[in-house]
Design a binder for this molecule. Structure first.
Ligand code: SAH
Length: 229
């Protein structure tokens, strides 16, 4: 008799090995914060995507999640979340209060964020994705993550003020609701179109002397849309 191992056990350990390789690759990138790497080590990315794509879960890919939307590449998630860790260092706190994510998608980045803050609010405008994220996150039992269905261009005033707001979709401009709901010392990280039609990562810091904006590298995110589907 050949001893058989449960299939699930084999694939779970190979997924874990693939995840270890991913975090090792990300950890050596410039400016990536160790707390973000730790958080990404804890979240099983392969459980957020279609089973047909599982073999690609830990590669440097953006992958389709249905409804014409995509989950961001691991390197982009690491980069954006590391940009908000800057705020934490300045606040002198290991873990800051509240974060807002616009564009829950499959819920992966929200799950990573839940390890980086006291409370995380994540809003999605496509009902089918909002429900899928809920299903994906259920087994992880993340008690400090609040999933909301609605138009994130209006932010979510009752969860704020936020230490940081991250958008996973790119608009023409940063909505004023976001800067209004940002705490003093807080930071927005969002892809935004430039006049030339390129999309770049924009960082806005709320300081006592006003809003300070920086434009960083070119990126490719799905469009930020108003209303709900
Ligand atoms: N962070 C997600 C990435 C999803 S892609 C993940 O880890 O899977 C970006 C998402 O933004 C899409 O699901 C899209 O439907 C959503 N989106 C676009 N405009 C939005 C808006 N105004 N409010 C909320 N979500 C929006």
């Amino acid at each position: 008799m050949v001893a058989s191992q449960p299939v699930g056990a084999i694939s779970a350990s190979s997924q874990q090995a693939a995840r270890e390789r991913m975090v090792k690759r990300l950890a050596v990138l410039d400016g990536v914060h160790p707390a973000v790497i730790e958080a990404m080590r804890l979240v099983p990315r392969h459980t957020f995507i279609d089973s047909a794509l599982v073999a690609k879960a830990y590669e440097e890919n953006s992958l389709p999640i249905g409804y014409g939307q995509t989950i961001s590449k691991p390197g982009v998630v690491a980069r954006m979340l590391s940009l908000i860790m800057h705020v934490y260092a300045h606040a002198g706190a290991r873990i800051p209060g509240r974060l807002l994510e616009v564009g829950t998608g499959c819920g992966y980045q929200a799950a990573v964020m839940s390890h980086l803050a006291t409370e995380v609010y994540s809003i999605e405008r496509v009902r089918g994705l909002h429900e899928r994220a809920r299903d994906n996150l259920r087994p992880l039992r993340v008690s400090n993550l609040h999933l909301l269905f609605g138009d994130g261009m209006a932010g979510f005033p009752s969860g704020g003020p936020y230490a940081a707001i991250i958008s996973a979709a790119g608009g023409e401009a940063i909505p004023q609701a976001w800067t209004d709901q940002l705490a003093m010392g807080g930071r927005i990280v969002a892809p935004t179109s430039t006049d030339g039609g390129r999309q770049v990562l924009i960082v806005i810091d709320k300081t006592p002397s006003g809003l300070r904006q920086q434009a960083l590298e070119a990126v490719h995110f799905v469009p930020l849309k108003s209303g709900v589907d």
